[in-house]
Design a protein around this ligand. Structure first.
Ligand code: HEC
Ligand SMILES: [Cu+2]
Length: 413
């Protein structure tokens, strides 16, 4: 007589034999004793399961919107189109494999599930060389076939055409800077440096653009003058191009173009610190006329405030009268003494194309086009209160100083 518990007897081959009576029936199996009830109530368990499944489905379906601005399946340029083609190409074989494998699992687990009247253990199979060779070779063939379009797409997208427009993308914690490095994109004053913007990358529609991506640190610079807090970001505008890592000390490239004038949304896709989720950007593609107008405006130095309140703000910004002057430690304003590159360049902060600020966390303008004064005031009152962790300190400005600074900043068209 085997004195071990029933389940031990079940799992050890041979032990079962010992449990078998001479007439072939088994002394005890895993089957619940007739009449035994499950505690807890089966209905509640089933209902909870349904609710959980529905919740999961809801969360999944929320992602399905044809009009979502960051939809990979709705490409608006050749790079995103090429990437989508590859995705769809791989998706079909993957769907077929999924159906066969998951269908098989479902079919077998339903067809051969445990039943009350089935007492016998099914035959125990160990190893099947032909099957194992089969399911090793089949996926290898599928992967080898998929590799051909994948590798050729990688090569195709890595090509950098010589006539492409060059823009350097700089990742900071937590905002994006854009530097237009082509010789015809220099400003018309001072050392004729490159046009520099933040948050919104303005491009000419239809023109091929070669982005050089690099990470430059945390906005503020350490006392040694070197960029601080260098981290890895990822640059991603789903309708125009897939993700590309932005790495300190390295230069990665994205070559892309936008088919039509329009607005495209993007964001950082690599966890880079506290405000990673709000490290957004926009790409504004303009038609040729509007593009020329934008370039001409960006080449101009910052306007000098003439209005009384804005003038006060300008004095505070530069510390002209011995008060203020902190702003120029980090921000640059074209054609003035403020030349720091540690924080967003403010030369044309209030240009209509610069529609969002601080990592596109805030709208620069209200829907009717008027300045979004409240947002900028809240930012200056205490950047960390509206964007936790922001690398811009709270300077304890008075409401009057904030009004003056806001007036100045909105004069920078
Ligand atoms: C220690 C460096 C530092 C100083 C000094 C500083 N800022 Fe900033 N500022 C930043 C950083 C960094 C950001 C971007 C923060 C982010 O988006 O997370 C920023 C963002 C801004 C923006 C939004 C710009 C854009 O295009 O996104 C404005 C406007 C601004 N600062 C105004 C000011 C004013 C006015 C002062 C002076 C009172 C000032 N800043 C002082 C670091 C600084
Ligand atoms: Cu980031």
């Amino acid at each position: 007589m085997d004195r071990r518990s029933a389940h031990v007897r079940e799992v050890i081959p041979g032990a079962r034999k010992a449990a078998e009576r001479a007439d072939g029936t088994v002394t005890r199996t895993c089957a619940p004793v007739a009449g035994a009830k499950l505690s807890g109530g089966r209905g509640t368990v089933r209902r909870t399961r349904w609710i959980l499944a529905l919740l999961a489905l809801t969360v999944l379906l929320v992602a399905c919107s044809k009009t979502a601005p960051q939809n990979t399946m709705n490409p608006q340029g050749p790079t995103a189109q090429t990437e989508k083609n590859l995705l769809v190409l791989v998706l079909w074989p993957a769907a077929a494999v999924f159906l066969v494998v998951e269908g098989g699992i479902l079919l077998i687990s339903i067809r051969y599930r445990h039943r009350k009247d089935r007492d016998r253990m099914p035959p125990q199979i160990h190893g099947n060389t032909r099957l194992e060779i089969g399911w090793t070779i089949a996926p290898a063939i599928v992967l080898a076939v998929i590799m051909v379009p994948t590798v050729s797409t990688i090569w195709e997208l890595a090509r950098q055409p010589a006539d492409a427009m060059q823009i350097t993308v700089e990742g900071y914690q937590w905002w994006w800077g854009f530097r237009y490095t082509d010789p015809d994109m220099t400003v018309s004053y001072g050392d004729h440096d490159a046009i520099v913007t933040a948050d919104v990358m303005v491009i000419p529609a239809g023109r091929t653009i070669n982005l050089s991506l690099t990470s430059l640190g945390g906005g503020a610079r350490s006392t040694s003058g070197l960029p601080d807090h260098e981290v890895i970001h990822s640059f991603w505008a789903p309708q125009l191009f897939g993700k590309q890592d932005v790495i300190p000390g390295e230069t990665n490239h994205i070559v892309f173009s936008a088919d039509h004038p329009g607005l495209y949304f993007g964001q950082c896709a690599e966890f880079c610190g506290l405000q990673h989720g709000k490290m957004k950007f926009r790409i504004r593609a303009l038609d040729e006329t509007e593009w020329q107008r934008w370039v001409a405006n960006e080449k101009q130095k910052a306007l000098t405030a003439t209005d009384g309140l804005a003038q006060q703000g300008m004095d505070l910004f530069f510390g002209t009268n011995g008060v203020g002057g902190q702003c120029i430690q980090c921000h640059g304003v074209g054609g003035t003494a403020a030349s720091s590159t540690a924080a967003p360049n403010l030369t044309h902060l209030a240009a209509t194309t610069h529609e969002c600020f601080a990592g596109c966390d805030f709208e620069t303008f209200n829907p009717d086009g008027t300045p979004n004064i409240e947002a900028l005031k809240a930012w200056l009152r205490d950047p960390n209160a509206v964007k936790l962790g922001a690398k811009m300190p709270d300077y304890g400005l008075t409401e009057q100083q904030i009004d003056a600074l806001v007036a100045y900043l909105y004069s920078l068209k």
